[in-house]
Ligand binder design. Structure first.
Ligand code: AMP
Ligand code: ZN
Length: 114
């Protein structure tokens, strides 16, 4: 996926502030954080959105969720709590079409979702 910005971050062609990486995922700081801790977790394989998950790539969900817990621990937000958001599709505000999970924390979050 040549023009995918997150694929380019994964390949190291675009700089990012990595928080965690393993064989399956990369986690890096969002360039426009909306909370003190705002990290994106992305699978190393290109999947456009949640709608792109299928029987052949669904195992990425496990790797992503394992990484989310690790990122929460690394950034020190495990105990206080954090929110995980996945925007799926333009109508939900998705702007980068490579599956990514937002991890938001480091402050008291509003109980309302929207
Ligand atoms: P979404 O609206 O769910 O598609 O979220 C895309 C997120 O990617 C936004 O929060 C952007 O700030 C973030 N973003 C876009 N480009 C970069 C980049 N080069 N490095 C880090 N985060 C980025
Ligand atoms: Zn991609």
């Amino acid at each position: 996926m040549e023009n995918c910005i997150f694929c380019r971050i994964i390949k190291g062609e675009i700089p990012s502030t990595k928080v965690y990486e393993d064989e399956y995922v990369v986690a890096f700081k969002d360039i426009k954080p909306v909370t003190p801790v705002h990290v994106l977790v992305v699978p190393k394989t290109h999947i456009g959105s949640l709608e792109g998950l299928n029987d052949g790539n669904i195992e990425n969900v496990v790797h992503i969720h394992r990484a989310i817990k690790k990122v929460a621990e690394i950034t020190g937000i495990s105990k206080d709590g954090y929110r995980v958001i996945v925007n799926c599709g333009e109508g939900a505000g998705q702007t980068v079409f490579h599956l990514h999970y937002h991890i938001l924390g480091g402050t008291k979050l509003n109980e309302r979702l929207i």
